[in-house]
Design a protein around this ligand. Sequence first.
Ligand code: HXC
Length: 261
Amino acid sequence: MAYANLKVTRREDGVAWIEFDRPKALNAFNTETLLELESALDVLSKDESLRVLVLTGAGEKAFVAGADIAEMAEMGAPRARVFSSVGHRVFEKLEKLPVPTIAAVNGFALGGGMEVALACDLIYAADKAKFGQPEVNLGVIPGFGGSQRLPRKIGPMRALELCFTGDIIAAAKAQEVGLVLEVFPAAELRAKVDEIAMKIASKAPLAISAMKRVVVEASACDPRTANALEQETFGVLFGSEDQKEGMKAFLEKRPADFRAR
Ligand code: HXC
């Protein structure tokens, strides 16, 4: 997979990394980058031995500094709607990828950059990462799902404060408000996130994707339906070889050998 603005590394151990790499614009999302991300996700979603996907930014300064302001500056309302809908479509594919996704936020995650992190299951950050929804400084609002995903992650009042003020917050503050799980020294971010990715990759794969599906689907349905989905999915997993193996291995006091079956 070769792209102009992304580097995709798919390792033998089932972990893939996508690096946003568009240094002249601090990795900002132009349409080309969004479509490249979509194409990479389309390939990865069919990859049956993929276990975890990590997103990060190339270089030290930026994760993704937002949607591309130079491209947006030229848009009228119809093109802006299409641009927003492309971002929504791509980030929904990311959110629904059947394996866990992790944002390893190394630098600026602003506007659309924060929105792509919000579409991931887990967010970790380097100590020098910075987060913000500064769209109000440009006369617009978040357009890649941030108005929905941010309040769900940190609560509506915190989300509105960030979006009203356009403030850029440091990683420590992002952790304090629940936007980031953990903050690591910048030089250790990739290794630490890799450890977490590999730990997840070692677990029962069908259970991990079922877990993700139950949580993602639950956010779009009422609690009764969500509880029914959990019960149904719990039952379905008992038809898997991995469930038999996991429980047998526990009783035999040995590590389980999961085969995604
Ligand atoms: C296009 C960008 C960019 C962006 C930075 N650059 N962010 N280009 N779109 N979002 C470019 C700069 O123009 C500059 O290009 C180069 O990257 C380096 O950036 P500088 O500004 O010189 O760096 P610095 O002074 O260190 O400031 C870093 C920064 C600042 C604080 C991150 O670049 C910044 O505020 N960027 C914009 C952040 C933003 O508003 N993001 C939200 C966008 S709206 P040159 O050619 O001069 O070297 C959005 C909406 C999403 O994301 C929804 C859409 C539907």
